[in-house]
Design a protein around this ligand. Structure first.
Ligand code: ZN
Ligand code: ZN
Length: 102
């Protein structure tokens, strides 16, 4: 089950609606793109117990998009620290879970 995450910074009014966790047989994570200078949801790969059938159906998509920025398709991604720093001003962002998907 994946989670929609709304991140807001009260200092500079930046906000993001992103997705992380497991869903649709794939795993996603929030990362920072050094090229876009923004937070993005990144496809990580198939979930650990993904059925073979779904892997063969989805392999092309995952090979093409895994570990790439969903905005610019670039590979300059950094892990986003668990302190949730705002990419614009560095202040910890407020985190709110918005919806579930699977
Ligand atoms: Zn990017
Ligand atoms: Zn900020």
């Amino acid at each position: 089950m994946g989670v929609g995450v709304r991140l807001t910074c009260s200092l500079c009014n930046t906000s993001y609606d992103l997705v992380e966790g497991h869903g649709f047989f794939v795993e996603q994570a929030i990362k920072y793109c050094r090229d876009c200078e923004e937070l993005v949801s990144v496809l990580i790969g198939f979930v650990p117990n993904c059925p073979e059938e779904e892997i063969s159906k989805g392999r092309h998509h995952v090979d093409k998009y895994a570990n790439r920025c969903s905005n610019c398709n670039g590979l300059n991604l950094d892990d986003w620290p668990s302190t949730n720093p705002c990419p614009t001003c560095g202040k910890p962002m407020q985190r709110e879970e918005t919806y579930l998907w699977d």
